[in-house]
Design a protein around this ligand. Sequence first.
Ligand code: EPZ
Length: 429
Amino acid sequence: MDKILIKGGRPLKGDVTVSGAKNAALPILAATLLGMGTHRIANIPKLMDVATIKRLLIHLGAVITEDGPDGWEGQSGLRWTVRMSELARCDAPYELVKTMRASVLVLGPLAARFGEARVSLPGGCAIGARPINLHLMGLEKMGAEIKIEHGVVTVKAKRLKGARIYLDLASVTGTENLMMAATLADGVTVIENAAREPEVADLAQFLIRCGAQISGAGTDVITVDGVESLNGSGTHRIMPDRIEAGTYLTAAAITGGEIFVRGCNPRHLDAVLLKLREIGVEIREESDGVRATAKGRIGAVDIKTLPYPGFPTDMQAQIMALMALSDGLSVITETVFENRFTHVAELKRMGADIHVEGRNAIIKGVRRLSGAPVMASDLRASACLVLAGLAAEGETEISRVYHLDRGYEGIEQKFSNLGGEITRIRQTP
Ligand code: EPZ
C-alpha cells in the first residue's frame, strides 16, 4: 500500500484549482440509470470512488466513453458520455459495494426505472454504522416491497407511487435516493426534512435536465411530480468540491501561508469561511474563487458539526488539525457521525493535546507539531494528517493513503505546486 512522505514547516503559497465534487458526481452518475438516451457529464473528478461507480454502472449495462476536449467547450476534469438504454442486470454486488458505500445510490434509480433492485447492504465504516433505514422507509412508503437477507437488500415495485415522506434525520444520500426514485413514480412525492446540501441541488439540476419535475431542492422540503420516463441529460458540469476547497483554505492557515482556491463557490462554504475568519485567517472572496491568508497564530474557537448549512462534518478532521496549533482551548462537537474522531490518536502522536469525551473533542493548542509515522483511517482523517504533516516540524509518513485517493484528486501534485514537500512512495502490494 502506498505511503505519503511529507517534510513540514514551509508556508504554502500559490493558486490551486478545485476539482469536481465527489459527493455530487456519485449521485449524478447513479442518476444516469433513470434516463433513456445520452448523458454528457463534465468536470468529473479523477477519484477511486468515481472509478468504482463506473465499474458498477458498466456491470449494470451502461456504455461509458471517456471523451477528449473536442466538443466539450474547454470543459475541465473527466468528460464522460453515458448511455443507459438497456439494463443488463439490477444487482450491485458486495465486492463493489464494500469498497464504496455510495453504491447504495443505485437503489432508488433501479427500483424506479426497472421495478427491481438488489444491492448488498453497505455495512459500516470507520466513522460509523451508516445505516440505510431511512432510504428503505421512504421506498416502502412509495409502495416498494423490501426484503433483506444474506446481506442483500431487495427492492421490488411494479411502479413506485408518490408519497409524503418525513426523514427523521436529514440524510444526504437518503434524500438523493428518494428524490431519484420519485422522478418516475406515479404521482407527487414530498420529502420533508430533506438534506439541503448543495450536492442535492446539483443532482436535482441534472434530473431536471433529463425531464424530471422537481422543486425545492436545496431546501428542507422537496416536491417531485413523477413522469412516465426521463431522457438523456445533455451536458451537465459537476459542481466544484466544497470540501476539497475548504481543505486547501485550511492548508493556508495551518502552514502560515496564502492560497487562492480557484473555482470554488464561497456560498457553499459560508460556515467554514465564518470560522476561519473568527480565528483570524484573512478570507477574501474574489471573482472566481476564495483567497486565504494566514495572519499570525490562529485563535481558538468552538465548532459543532451540523447538516448543511451548518459546519460540515466532512471538514471536522481538517479543522481539528488547525485547532491543534491554535492559541487557546477549542471544543469540537461531532453531531453527525458517532465515531468520527479516529484522527485524534494520530494527531496526538504528532504532539497534539486533545482529549475526547463522547461527541466532544477538547483541543488545547500547542506551539508546534512534530512529524511522525501515522496511519490514515478514513478519507477526511487522512486529509487531516496531510495538513498536520505540512505544518509539523520534521518528517511525517502517512500509511493507508488509499483512503485519500477516494476523495482528493492529485493531492500530492496540488500541494507540491503550492510549495509543499510531499511525495508518494509507491509500495508494491
Ligand atoms: C453523505 O453521506 C456524504 N457521502 C458523506 O461524505 C457526508 O459525511 C455525509 O453525507 C454527511 O454530510 C456522500 O454524499 C457520498 P447521511 P451519507 O445519510 O448520506 C444517519 C465524505 O467524506 N442515517 O447524511 O451516508 C447516519 O448514520 C463522506 O465525503 C441513518 O440513521 O450521510 C448519520 O449519523 C463521508 N439512517 C446521519 O444520518 C439512514 O438511513 C447522516 O448521514 C441514513 C443516515
